[in-house]
Write a protein that binds this ligand. Structure first.
Ligand code: MSP
Length: 572
């Protein structure tokens, strides 16, 4: 087993965290939490953990060497680093508030990054993949990137992202020989359907490669800035140039693990990104890594394979049906997200973002009415209600203790076995847990959430069909209820419902870690450290609810929400 490595983009430190940053990081968080479960490494390993085969490493951070950082700092009378420090801290704090389980947070201004980038570039120069030349192009100052001529023309020489005018620039630059890798990249993408996901993004990249790839500039001249005042990383062996901020940033994924104890994490299993930064991640980055791979320069440290397993590019959030904009008043910033978390719980917010978000090719709308609808249907009336119903019945009829042993039942009376819903539930759980592993391999988070929910739905269906509350009425009318077959039947089906919900809670926990931990505390069934998803999801297996084990009713996990209540505001 190779240790698992998942990354997010590193965020521009000039901006304040908003739904876009939080969403990409949330998806990576869910993937990391699932993988820890799959591998039996349930807690974040933290920055000191070494890359043991079952370890999971989840990296996020900030991209700090953009020109706009030094401009904004100057406007405030600060050094770029002082300004970057403030904003990087805001990102780190927000990510902690949102409960993300990253193992490390990298900043491109840290020595561990800046000290290593020139080394990789030196290897590319040595291998003949980097050369010096003239570049003339249309520069998007907001995005810190050049826009290809055809795209610039199409957008009337304004930024396709911000709409601001593009600036014509001529520069002497170092170029990466991207054109030399077009065929390799096309073949790589064509031969591996999972390399660029989802499929629409894969097709988009293939379409663009077919138009041909030009070499790309990877440096900027520093002009008359003294080298010690340069905001960025200098090119190796040429202090007149600094590394282009995008190239500097991409290397963060590698620098973070290029140290003793961590190298086995490389190559990353998945780079989680948004669709707007697909080109850099799906074209330039793999080709640069392949060039390094070919040169053999990093072989001793990282082995033969350097290209990541998957680039997953999600779509964008819009808000209340329109593109988000600060001036339109529909911008979902951190304060707005926190207001949702405060009113409905952080896990409800996570659930909404993951299940209703733009995981696929189309954008998704953050709409208050939809939030409340999903919250009530999936959470308050879903897992929340189902868990309360089952815990209430166990409290009422069996003094709050799991009444039957599921492993004993399976070897018990045929009369019980053939009629019990737990047999069907056990089979359903078995099917679900094998499908989850498959869904995770293809990063199909929608499927994983649906599978977890399908168990809750099965339990509800069984309760409605078997009506245990009516059965209980009859049972307790009997002179010696406890020695009756009906009593044992009631015990069996209730234990089966509870066991199925335990398994559902494990599957739902990567998206809703806090609420599921609350359920586990009440039901005394927290997964022990090191337990694997497969074992945890075995119905009646080693982690099953045990007879006599206390099930505390606790408070409702999710209170029903009033659809007429106005949306939570930042001032709530
Ligand atoms: N610094 C670069 C990334 C360098 S990675 C080597 C960058 N940073 S960013 O701050 O602009 O954040 C990018 C991430 O936020 C992307 O994944 C992007 O898709 C995401 N989002 C920004 N706005 C978004 C939405 N409205 N909706 C969803 N995600 C969006 O690009």
């Amino acid at each position: 087993m190779k240790p698992y490595y998942v990354t997010t983009p590193i965020y521009y430190v000039n901006d304040r965290p908003h739904i876009g940053h939080c969403y990409t990081t949330l998806l990576a968080d869910v993937v990391a939490r699932f993988q820890r479960l799959v591998r039996g490494a349930p807690t974040p390993d933290g920055p000191d953990a070494s890359a043991t085969p079952e370890a999971v490493f989840f990296l996020t951070g900030t991209d700090e060497h953009a020109d706009k950082v030094s401009t904004a700092a100057a406007e405030r009378g600060l050094t770029p680093l002082e300004w970057a420090d403030q904003n990087a801290e805001a990102f780190e704090r927000s990510f902690e508030d949102l409960g993300f389980s990253h193992d490390d947070f990298i900043r491109t201004t840290q020595d561990r990054h800046t000290a290593k980038v020139p080394g990789y570039l030196r290897e590319l120069v040595k291998a003949g993949d980097v050369y010096k030349g003239d570049y003339v192009g249309w520069y998007d100052e907001g995005q810190e990137e050049y826009v290809p001529e055809n795209e610039a023309r199409e957008h009337n020489y304004t930024s396709p992202i911000s709409g601001k005018p593009l600036v014509k620039r001529t520069e002497q630059n170092y170029f990466f020989r991207l054109s030399a890798y077009a065929d390799w990249l096309r073949e790589r993408i064509e031969s591996d359907a999972g390399f660029i996901r989802p499929e629409a993004r894969r097709n988009e990249v293939l379409g663009r490669i077919k138009q041909g790839l030009n070499d790309v500039p990877i440096s900027r001249a520093i002009g008359d800035t003294p080298p010690d005042k340069v905001w960025g990383v200098l090119m190796p062996d040429d202090p007149e140039h600094r590394v282009y901020v995008w190239i500097d940033a991409l290397f963060n994924y590698l620098t973070a693990v290029d140290e003793d104890g961590r190298r086995a994490y490389w190559p990353a299993e998945v780079h989680m990104i948004g669709k707007d930064i697909l080109w850099f991640h799906a074209v330039i980055w793999p080709c640069m890594l392949h060039a390094l791979e070919k040169s053999g320069a990093l072989k001793e440290r990282f082995g033969d394979a350097l290209v990541p397993g998957c680039i997953y590019a999600h779509g964008w959030w819009i808000s209340e049906g329109r593109k988000m904009s600060k001036s339109m008043g529909n911008f979902i910033d951190l304060a707005q997200l926190k207001a949702y978390a405060d009113r409905y719980s952080l896990d409800a917010l996570r659930w909404y973002l993951v299940t209703q978000g733009p995981l696929g090719a189309t954008d998704a709308d953050f709409a208050h009415a939809k939030f409340v609808e999903v919250y009530n249907a999936d959470l308050a009336n879903g897992i929340g209600n189902s868990a309360s119903r089952v815990a209430n019945m166990i409290a009422k009829y069996f003094g709050g203790e799991v009444p039957a042993s599921l492993s004993e039942l399976s070897s018990g009376e045929p009369a019980l076995r053939s009629t019990d819903s737990w047999v069907a539930l056990a089979e359903h759980c078995k099917r679900v847990s094998s499908k989850v592993t498959y869904a995770l391999q293809s990063l199909d988070l929608t499927e994983t959430t649906e599978l977890g929910q399908s168990i809750v739905a099965e339990v509800d269906r069984a309760i409605n069909a078997e009506r245990p509350f009516s059965l209980a009425k009859e049972v307790f009318k009997l002179p010696h209820p406890e020695s009756s077959t009906e009593f044992r039947f009631l015990a069996a089906i209730l234990s089966g419902y509870a066991e199925a919900l335990r398994i559902a809670s494990v599957l739902l926990s990567p998206v809703m870690p806090e609420k599921m931990a609350e359920l586990w505390r009440n039901w005394n069934c927290a997964p022990p450290p090191g337990a694997t998803l497969e074992d945890l999801c075995t119905f009646g297996g080693q982690h099953a609810l045990k007879p006599g084990q206390a099930i505390v009713k606790g408070e409702a996990l999710f209170m029903r929400a009033d659809p007429d209540e106005p949306k939570p505001g930042a001032g709530d």
